[in-house]
Design a protein around this ligand. Structure first.
Ligand code: UDX
Length: 442
């Protein structure tokens, strides 16, 4: 049975390491951050991901999984080395590959003393062309390394399921032997029906970024249609139902909202745009979807202003949900952060609540008052704005909330609340892409 090494104890790295160990492979996860390693060795996680902590604990306890910082020892004792280090991009979309480059330099050093072959599998998202460069550099180490691009399509909040029941496994390599070795590793624990795609390094790198860009385009598309629905007396949910019945279209990634966030969609779109500028290829659709995503946050604030603006009184806005989506503690590029910033600039008093992100968000907004629960948040608010669709927000007691708000008004940016019922019990309700004529305003 091949032994696995995963470099990088971030979300992708830890999920991969835990799942390989769970599948029975002896796995070592390497990270240079000692604090993170101590947290993991204590059986805790440096971030929130459902199910992962138990999986890591169990495999650490039975010895299938190890975490430490010694790359050279791990490479010597492993057959397949997965790279899952962070590759952030700046606002211009230029990728910071310094962590990846550093690991590759170390691998070249270590490789000079290796006698037999190792497969190096890159899971970090990189601009197209990176793999070609890395594989040339790795080639300097006695030819002992075979470099493969194997992008990861995990969604936060459902990472373990996405890893163990993926829609597909993409393997970029020109070597049939290396492809087989890696595919066989996966085939021992993935469902038999999982499609495998063999392609070139460049194609694998593009597939990851293009998939995310396409999802971003879908979301921005429906957000723009939602904005139109509000102006023409329509309900976007019906429109999505209607177009989604067309099997060519479907309904996924067509939920309107305050714009997409997170560490991948916005970043990958910026990165592919940077490549397009370099290669002088027009990717105007991706550009427009990125711009629409930025505008979407501003439109939420415009809506809030039209509902709650009053030159005489400073209105209090309660933000329900801060994470960029439910089941994660990730605030990266979260729409709620932009909305709060803009509201403060507009002179509103802002209160906020998130079931898991309060402590992190508090550091960013010392002037915002953070509530201990949704009822504490609603107290004295003129408008509640539901930004993240945490399940518990759909189960709130709105009769109780109505009594404690200054004025019972809700803007549901995710359409998870029952607008008709809220109107019946005395709320003024605004949805996303739902014209006011479509809800029973009392
Ligand atoms: C995404 C990709 O789905 C995943 O394949 C890739 O590996 C990493 O990036 P993730 O960032 O976890 O995963 O989030 P995802 O669930 O895709 O949602 C991204 C954003 O789009 C969230 O802000 C979400 O709220 C928003 N979204 C999603 C919508 O606004 N509407 C939708 O219909 C779907």
């Amino acid at each position: 049975m091949p032994k696995c090494c995963v470099v990088g104890a971030g979300r992708v790295g830890l999920v991969a390491a835990a799942c390989f160990a769970e599948a029975g492979y002896a796995t070592i996860c390497i990270d240079s951050n000692q604090e993170k390693l101590l947290t993991l060795q204590d059986g805790l996680l440096p971030f929130y991901e459902p199910g992962l902590q138990e999986l890591i604990r169990r495999n650490l306890n039975c010895g299938k999984l190890q975490v430490n910082s010694c790359l050279s020892e791990a490479v010597r004792t492993s057959d397949i080395i997965f790279l899952a280090v962070g590759t952030p991009v700046n606002q211009q979309g230029e990728a910071d590959l310094s962590d990846l480059n550093h690991v590759v330099d170390e691998l070249v050093q270590i490789g000079r003393e290796l006698q037999d072959k190792r497969i190096i599998v890159n899971k970090s998202t990189v601009p197209v062309g990176t793999g070609d460069n890395l594989s040339r550099r790795l080639g300097k180490a006695n030819g002992c390394y075979h470099y493969v691009s194997n992008p990861e399509f995990l969604r936060e909040g459902s990472s373990i399921r996405d890893f163990t029941v993926p829609d597909r496994v993409v393997i970029g390599t020109d070597s049939n032997r290396t492809y087989e070795d890696l595919a066989n590793l996966y085939k021992t624990f993935l469902p038999e029906t999982t499609p495998f795609l063999k392609c070139s390094l460049e194609e694998a790198e593009l597939i990851k970024q293009v998939a995310n860009a396409f999802l971003g385009i879908r979301i921005s598309f429906i957000n723009e249609i939602a904005n139109l629905c509000e102006q023409v007396g329509a309900d976007v949910r019906k429109v999505v139902q209607g177009i989604g019945l067309d099997r060519r279209i479907g309904t996924s990634y067509l939920k309107p909202g305050p714009g997409f966030g997170g560490s991948c969609l916005p970043k990958d779109m910026r990165s592919i745009l940077a490549t397009s500028r370099l290669k002088r290829v027009d990717l105007s659709l991706i550009e427009a979807a990125t711009r629409a995503n930025e505008l979407q946050r501003q439109l939420v604030v415009k809506k809030i202003k039209s509902v709650a603006n009053d030159s005489q009184l400073q209105k209090t806005i309660g933000i329900l949900g801060l994470a960029y989506k439910p089941e994660t503690d990730d605030l990266r590029e979260a729409p709620a952060l932009d909305i709060i910033r803009l509201l403060i600039r507009e002179g509103f008093k802002v209160k906020a609540y998130d079931p898991v992100c309060n402590p992190e968000a508090q550091k960013l907004f010392p002037g915002v008052s953070f509530a201990s629960d949704p009822y504490d948040l609603a107290k004295d608010c003129d408008l509640l704005v539901l930004v993240t669709e945490w399940k518990e927000f759909g189960e709130l007691d709105f009769l109780r909330i109505r009594k404690i708000m200054r004025s019972p008004q809700v803007l549901d940016c995710r359409n998870i609340l029952d607008g008709d019922r809220l109107c019946q019990i005395g709320f003024t309700y605004f949805g996303a892409g739902i014209s006011s004529t479509c809800v029973e305003h009392s």
